[in-house]
Ligand binder design. Structure first.
Ligand code: ADP
Length: 426
């Protein structure tokens, strides 16, 4: 029934009542009284319908009451709107159930945390990995139930760019990886994965590289020792053997540097960040590096700009090796007469150690892979310059161990700037 149609019918009915009651009242001799009586009855009828409407709205799941005219149309329309809203709600609920089902069946733990830090929802895997029980723990503060100090620091710091990997002191040892995604207005979704298998494989790989490098050192020292002795007495050698022996000695030297770098890298990877607790005076470290470079590369010009004297928590040897790798690269990949600028400065909440050269630069396509082990932009050039291909991998790992970031800014033909950005102490 169309509301305007029923509204017109209602108006027509009302006009008819008024007309008939006036006519009958006029015939009987008291038109005003009869009209007033009829209008009163009509008003009472409307009030009665309003009362029924109110009763029905108190319990709208019931069928709407039957009524003629405009009231029937109003009930029908309200009932229809209500049915649509119920259908919409059911659809929304089924989508929510679907979403929750998929999150619940996930192998990874998922926890929804409100802006205030309390648990809104968690899945079965979160119970297995973190001991959270849902719905019993709903409303509890996540940090009260997950008692892992490193996770507390990570969660409160609010920098979720990289996931956090933790080693639990459980039996057998277990590794968990946390990733947090902020959503809504300050809510967070915490994902937790068991990465024990991956962490063990990674450990095995590290141990293997470390052990192989270590084992290769002894035979190499023997070979190098004999070569050195033979070459020291080169006067007694047949001339045709001289060149091959010199090449062998050069390659043995390269191999020794490579093994040294590999062992150093595996040490940096295995040491835990907590062990890096020295107060390192970066300014004097750079001064030391400058004088070392002056004796090894007297032709190079190093410009040292020490704009702050802040110290950082870390490991002196590791920081020295990172800075020295960057400076040596800057020297290797630029002309002998060009300047290399090394700066140490504070910028906002960061302490920046940058090494800038005006050398060959790097094409942007290489930047994402530059810190991978043995990745080289130009193989022939790198081997000519005597690089092992491990320098930037060492720098990257030293940065990670010191909560620092390695930023590379480079333009082919113009030069490169490598920056280690450390968080400034509070
Ligand atoms: P390598 O021992 O070959 O120098 P690195 O890991 O130190 O190995 O560097 C990886 C590659 O990055 C180098 O082979 C070189 O191509 C490039 N590279 C590093 N530093 C610079 C720089 N300052 N200027 C230009 N290219 C660079």
């Amino acid at each position: 029934m169309r509301p305007t149609g029923s509204w017109l019918a209602e108006l027509r009915r009302l006009t008819l009542f008024v007309f008939i009651s006036t006519a009958v009242g006029w015939l009987l001799g008291f038109p005003a009284q009869l009209l007033a009586l009829v209008l009163l009855l009509l008003l009472l009828r409307w009030l009665y319908q309003l009362l029924r409407l109110r009763r029905w709205l108190a319990d709208p799941l019931q069928e709407p009451p039957e009524a003629p005219g405009i009231w029937g149309a109003i009930y029908d329309r309200l009932y229809q709107l209500q049915r649509e809203a119920r259908q919409g709600r059911a659809q929304l609920q089924s989508r929510l159930d679907y979403l929750q089902d998929s999150l619940s069946s996930m192998h990874d733990g998922a926890v929804m945390v409100s802006m205030a830090g309390s648990i809104e929802w968690s899945n079965a895997a979160a119970e297995r990995l973190l001991g959270l029980r849902f719905p019993a723990d709903r409303g509890q503060a996540l940090l009260n139930l997950v008692r892992l100090p490193d996770f507390h620091r990570y969660f409160l710091a609010g920098d979720f760019q990289d996931p956090l990997q933790l080693r639990l002191k459980s039996e057998p040892e277990q590794f968990l990886q946390f990733a947090v995604t902020p959503f809504g207005s300050g809510d967070r979704l915490v994902f937790v994965r068991d990465v024990t298998k991956e962490a063990r494989l990674e450990q095995m790989r590290r141990d293997f590289v470390g052990n192989v490098s270590h084992e290769l050192r002894t035979p190499l020292t023997v070979i190098k020792g004999y070569l050195d002795t033979i070459l020291a007495n080169s006067g007694q050698l047949e001339p045709r053997f001289l060149r091959p022996l010199q090449q062998m000695e050069q390659q043995a030297q390269r191999m020794e540097t490579l093994l040294k770098d590999l062992l150093w890298l595996s040490r940096i990877e295995t040491v835990r960040s907590k062990a890096r607790a020295e107060q390192v005076d970066v300014a004097s470290l750079l001064q030391e590096l400058e004088s070392e470079l002056q004796s090894s590369h007297p032709q190079r010009r190093l410009e040292l700009q020490l704009e702050c004297n802040e110290r950082i928590n870390g490991d002196y040897r590791e920081l020295h090796s990172a800075a020295s790798n960057l400076v040596l690269n800057a020297c290797k990949y630029s002309k002998d007469d060009s300047i290399v600028t090394v700066r140490w400065r504070r910028q906002g909440q960061e302490l920046l150690l940058s090494v800038e050269d005006r050398g060959i630069g790097i094409d942007p396509v290489h930047l994402p892979r530059l810190t991978e082990r043995f990745y080289r932009v130009d193989d022939s050039r790198s081997s000519r310059t005597g690089g092992t291909g491990l320098g930037l991998a060492i720098v990257k790992h030293v940065a990670a161990g010191h909560n620092a970031q390695l930023r590379i800014d480079s333009k082919p033909g113009v030069g490169s700037t490598f920056t280690l950005a450390f968080p400034a102490p509070a």
